[in-house]
Design a binder for this molecule. Structure first.
Ligand code: PEP
Ligand code: MG
Length: 600
């Protein structure tokens, strides 16, 4: 229901997750229960077909309710009046006739027309004094859900079908939804839910479309077709902006564009501190198509290739051949630099499809990443074969996600060796000295980092998950986003412990969580002694510039002072003051402050 209080030029504040400013029309997309997309029907024939489709869905819904009633056991038969009521709701003119009228009058699809009818009924129910009767709206919604499911059949509307330049407004978008967005059409998106390091946010950065999440109730404030401004720097949206506001934002965008091109020109300079300490700055990618942009932004290799999107995009398990072809091309394009290919990290907030995995109450703590692969060795082996075969064409490293202890690592390495043996028997070429690493993103892996270090060639610290698991903060939940604290003394100490374990064993250590690209964390990570930072390619030019203005010695001295502080806020204040004096434009005009990982 649209909030009547929302008028022209209304600003709502959310969480900035992907930079840029866009001005365009809203396209409401309902992914929360049944997926509803607004569709305009072009001609009378289509409208007639739509009415027929709706009538058939009503007929089927009624039949299902009657069947349900007939199948009721004697035990619960006394409650059959509920289904009688449901049947009456299907027949009620406020549902059936009103929806048909809307389809005919506004030439829109049945789903959206039904949604309108239900909104109207909900408004009437809201005005009823008796709580019991008011609560009966749930019966209406229940019936509407059933009708919607019948309208949809099993097929769900695909977001890839959107063929107008619009801004998506949704309650939530899964990473899979986001991966199928047609970025030639979709200018950006805004959602009710989500956090800074959710995979949906990461996908938006990869697709280079502005996004603001965690707006809590934006879907109830915005109507389809509303003019919107989305400020992906500050995390704000403006509904129905007036001409002056539009002009101000156009100027703001032009300012940012100029600034970004100015730092882009310097992106190929090395990331070397004023006292000669060199840090390797690499890119995180989700698709093969991003490799060229990564190079253009000054990436010195790919520090993290998140391979799951190839699986999510095709909605099935890709063949070994498809994977090989993709990995080979990434390796060849980035050559002579290196690419670190992470094996499948499905689960958590990334699912193949709702039907393919059993529903887990706690997916982040469930059958995710390496756990899934060890349980599905066929899928795992096929990916490892593809990675190994591609390793003959460039500099590839392989990395296992979510390792929680040595046992799991050894199991994964055993399977890798089995695959190597198979390839040898088949006389297929691969890099026999391929480097093997693990992501350190589970607190138990931090504790045993000294043990793990003896069995791998490198570590990559995944702070997105490490912070989530260490501080017990769901990274996709906007309600606890304020507690997502990269400056938490516990997080700093954990990173230090991993770096020490790596250095003691003489292996390399990188950091590839969002923290790597947050300019407010750079001096801290330099002080700790991270060898490599891997981030979304858009962040590379500024990070390199920042590193060139920092001193390793100063950063180490600051780290000593930071370790004496006891809270995230104290650390943040310390770091923020230092950063402001070094690279003033970071805080200027809100260019980075609002996108920083720290939520004040
Ligand atoms: C991380 O957890 O920090 C990481 C880089 O992996 P992902 O964001 O894909 O979970
Ligand atoms: Mg992770």
């Amino acid at each position: 229901m649209t909030d009547p209080a929302i008028t022209e030029n209304t600003t709502l504040k959310g969480i900035a997750v992907s930079p840029g400013i866009i001005i365009g029309r809203a396209r409401l997309v309902d992914r929360s229960k049944q997926r509803i997309i607004y569709q305009y029907l072009l001609n009378g024939k289509e409208v007639k077909k739509e009415v027929k489709r709706f009538k058939e869905a009503l007929k089927l819904t009624k039949k299902q309710i009657i069947d349900l009633k007939n199948r009721m056991s004697d035990q619960i038969k006394e409650h059959s009046f509920i289904l009688d009521a449901h049947q009456m709701i299907v027949d009620d003119s406020m549902v059936s006739d009103a929806t048909i009228n809307t389809i005919l009058k506004e030439k829109i699809n049945a789903e959206w027309a039904l949604k309108r009818s239900i909104q109207g009924i909900r408004q009437l129910f809201d005005e009823i004094d008796y709580e019991y009767i008011r609560g009966r709206i749930s019966d209406v919604e229940n019936v509407a859900e059933r009708i919607l499911r019948n309208l949809a059949g099993k097929e769900q509307d695909s977001l890839s079908k959107i063929n107008e330049r619009v801004i998506i407004v949704a309650h939530d978008l899964s990473p899979a939804d986001t991966s199928e967005l047609n970025t030639a059409m979709v200018m950006g998106f805004i959602t009710d839910v989500g956090g800074k390091t959710s995979h949906t946010a990461i996908m938006a950065q990869a697709l280079k479309i502005p996004a603001v999440v965690g707006l809590e109730s934006v879907t109830t404030h915005v109507q389809d077709g509303n003019l919107l401004i989305v400020d992906g720097y500050k995390g704000e949206i403006i509904i129905g902006p007036d001409d002056d506001t539009i002009m101000a934002y156009q100027e703001k965008q032009a300012y940012y564009d100029r600034y970004i091109s100015s730092i882009l020109r310097l992106s190929h300079l090395p990331a070397e501190t004023v006292d000669g300490y060199r840090v390797s700055v690499k890119a995180n990618i989700e698709f093969l198509e991003e490799v060229v942009a990564a190079k253009d932004h000054g990436a010195e290799g790919i520090g993290l290739y998140r391979t799951e999107y190839l699986y999510l995009r095709s909605k099935k398990i890709p063949s070994e051949e498809e994977l090989f072809e993709d990995y080979r091309q990434v390796a060849e394009i980035i050559s002579p630099d290196q690419v670190t290919i992470r094996t499948l990290d499905l689960g958590g907030d990334k699912f193949l499809s709702a039907q393919d995995l059993t529903v887990e109450i706690n997916p982040s703590l469930g059958l995710r990443a390496i756990r899934f692969c060890l349980k599905e060795p066929k899928i795992f082996k096929s990916q490892l074969r593809a990675i190994l075969r591609a390793s003959a064409y460039g500099q590839i490293r392989v990395m296992f996600p979510m390792i929680s202890g040595l046992q799991e690592l050894l199991e994964a390495k055993n399977i890798l060796h089995e695959v190597m043996n198979d390839l040898e028997k088949e006389n297929i070429e691969y890099d026999h000295s391929i480097k093997v690493g693990v992501m350190i993103e589970v607190p138990s892996a931090v504790s045993v980092a000294d043990i793990l270090a003896k069995h791998v060639d490198f570590f990559s610290i995944g702070t997105n998950d490490l912070i989530q698991y260490a501080l017990a903060i769901d990274r996709v939940n906007e309600h606890v986003a304020y507690m997502y604290e990269p400056y938490h003394p516990a997080v700093i100490r954990m990173i230090m412990q991993v770096v020490k374990a790596a250095k003691d064993s003489g292996i390399e250590v990188s950091l590839c969580g969002e923290m790597a690209g947050d300019p407010f964390c750079t001096a801290l990570l330099l002080g700790i002694g991270i060898d490599e930072l891997s981030m979304n390619s858009g962040g590379i030019p500024l990070l390199k510039k920042l590193i060139r203005s920092l001193s390793k010695k100063e950063s180490e001295k600051d780290l000593k002072a930071i370790l004496k502080l006891s809270t995230s806020d104290e650390v943040k204040k310390f770091i923020s003051e230092k950063t402001e004096t070094l690279v003033p434009e970071i805080q200027e005009k809100g260019l980075y402050m609002d996108r920083s990982l720290y939520n004040s």
